[in-house]
Design a protein around this ligand. Sequence first.
Ligand code: BG6
Length: 489
Amino acid sequence: MTKKLPEGFLWGGATADFQYEGGFNEGGRGILSHDYETDGSQDNPRHHTLKTADGSIINPKSSFILADDVPEDAKPVFLDDQYYPSHNAVDFYHHYKEDIKLMAGMGFNVFRFSVCWSRIFPNGEEEQPNAEGLKFYDDVINEMAKYNMEPLITICHDEMPMDLALKYNGWTSRKVIEAYVKYAQTLFEHFGDRCRYWLTFNEINAVRGFGPTGVRKATGQDRYQAAHNMFVASAKAVQLGHKLVPGSQFGTMYAMSEVYPATCKPEDMFHHLQEHRENWYFIDIMGRGYYPSYSRELWDRHDVKDIKMDPDDKETLMKGQLDFIAFSYYRSNTTKAGDNWFNVGGNKNPYLKETPWGWPVDPLGLRYCMNEIYDRIQKPLFIVENGMGAVDKADKNDYVEDDYRIDYLQDHLSAMADAINIDKIPCLGYTMWAPIDLVSLSTGEMKKRYGFVYVDMDDKGNGSLKRTPKKSYNWMKHIIETNGAALNN
Ligand code: BG6
């Protein structure tokens, strides 16, 4: 069966502002929740730096949230002896023309990037947006238009202006819904004439495990209340976007690690069904517009007493359903009775090899996922992240022979093509994470590289930032110019 994809398929790459853009302290950008996160590694997790009222420094480990379980009086601080990767990242802020040209060179017709919320509203609640911030993204989008590359904009990629997080305890407060909707409206009004595809949130289901952005003590109650507020914020943005940007289409992005039962023992099978609902909860509510029947049982698992809802929230969710389901896919996992409810990577799958970061490589899992989501929600899909984090060894000219990445992509793209051509799953496009090397979200290091393009920078931000295409760059160019047909070779 041919791997050639339907006409109009969108091919591109995906990035996130705090991992890619830099430009901290430039163009009126405010401080972002991720700005207080240090670098890290697999053995030495990244952390936030905070100071308590008595002057002591605390370093809670965390990635998505402000900090888990820290004293109320602790405030984030920058320490001179720490490195904070989001501040410069790999400096897309000053390299955007060069990077877009490199992406266009591969034939990308879409580029997914996230807008930095605190670049538009520095403290989250200003009356007027920051004009310099809007201009930066105008410049980016106009540069892309020169190459007929359209934007897929992530409105919120696991982040929020730090002032907003501190003032309201992040997404636990409905005040943040108002700030988000105003921010989204600003983006629709400024970029809507050039952008038809939007993602209201990145990996919203990660809230269940890592906690919602900006929340201090992420109890089950906090997590699921924050998730509700995010559902309402998304649904309001979808309705507003449809009104202000005719023809616009909206998704939210889900982290879809396919989960298999570890064995066919009935207890493991039943646990697997329940574990699946942990993720379906997020997709069902936003994709179908209402809370599913299993919600109460799921809340009980997480000690959620009650979700506070406004009287018109139900109608808002129903009217603000997503148009397509976007997801990231890197790996699969297995689960068995007794595992905790966020056991990502907890059990080995004896049938799969793993990346150096222990992520199982499972191309068929991508096809499985696509079938599963479409069977249930019956809305088009968009694969907005997929890729392989690896240790790249550059030669003296910064050239990398990344055959392992080519193998990974060949297998995953083939599985995607089979889902589209054989299983007849509608899929709008594929944006690979991440076309240009950038900082890892989970570990804060540069060593875990994903790109088609090597960036000369180390884990502490040293390097010339020079961009050099890897072997996979030309390989991907050929796949795109044949619209997938070359996957058959
Ligand atoms: C996704 C995120 O979870 O996975 C990205 O949306 C992230 O921000 C990507 O970078 C890969 O994860 P990591 O930890 O390898 O950077």
